[in-house]
Design a protein around this ligand. Structure first.
Ligand SMILES: [Zn+2]
Length: 256
């Protein structure tokens, strides 16, 4: 395999890019579209034709920032997909909308990471993500709330007491869903590397894989190893790790 011309993307840079791509795929692109539609939908007809002859069929005014952001985003994703396909010999997925392209890139992140212009691609997408983020009406970041119990669709929300599934329209209590996600997650087994992401997501804490391994070596309250992956990595139960981190946090808080 040839080395990329720029230094490529290390695992951390890959994670960062996947995070942005997930935003785009799961909500950002859709919010951008909604911003465009809302802006035109709430104008009455007299406003729509202001500055133009009333009988002209000129383009409707819309949010220029949102439109430009949507164009920039789609352009960045499209050319990234083209680069990856050309350089890595993958099949071009065809002309697609931004959410699809973002998902495609997230799935092919390892191929993207070794492209000649990998860093340039990542920088372009991250910049377009930022522009889009600023252009949407409500730029607060929605939180991931696991998957719909009925249809499996991923659930995102910006707060509120209930969540509505976009696919099957089922309404679920946010607290109930949060509990369900925690319970389900706490029972699952992860490697120390995976736990770094899980802990960041659920406890908002930055740990290193070594933090987890160290827990499995200490004398008191030792973290049990619950299994091994096929390639011999130790597996830990997320709940076991959460419990130890929470204990540690409250101990630190009481000492401070
Ligand atoms: Zn559903």
């Amino acid at each position: 395999m040839t080395q990329p011309v720029d230094s490529g993307l290390d695992p951390h840079a890959q994670d960062q890019l996947v995070e942005k791509l997930t935003d785009i795929h799961s909500w950002l692109s859709e919010d951008l579209d909604a911003t465009l539609i809302r802006d035109t939908a709430f104008r009455d007809n007299s406003e729509r034709v202001s500055g133009k002859r009333a009988d002209s069929e000129g383009p409707m005014p819309f949010d220029d920032d949102a439109a430009e952001a949507a164009r920039e985003l789609h352009g960045a994703l499209r050319s990234a997909v083209l680069s990856v396909c050309t350089e890595r010999g993958l099949t071009w997925p065809g002309e697609r909308r931004s959410p699809y392209l973002a998902m495609w890139l997230a799935r092919h992140i390892v191929s993207l990471a070794v492209c000649d212009n990998a860093r340039h691609i990542a920088a372009t997408i991250i910049a377009a993500h930022k522009t889009a983020f600023h252009a949407v009406d409500t730029p607060a970041r929605p939180q991931f709330h696991g998957y719909c119990e009925v249809c499996g669709q991923s659930l995102w929300s910006r707060g509120g007491e209930t969540l509505t599934c976009k696919k099957c329209r089922r309404v679920v209590d946010t607290d109930y869903q949060r509990q369900r996600v925690d319970t389900e997650l706490e029972a699952r087994l992860f490697t120390a590397n995976e736990l770094v992401d899980v802990v960041r997501d659920r406890l908002n804490l930055n740990i290193k894989p070594k933090t987890v391994h160290d827990m499995a070596y200490r004398r008191r309250d030792r973290l049990p190893v619950r299994g091994r992956t096929r390639d011999g990595q130790k597996l830990y139960r997320a709940g076991d790790v959460f419990h130890r981190l929470r204990t540690q946090l409250s101990r630190n808080a009481s000492q401070a």
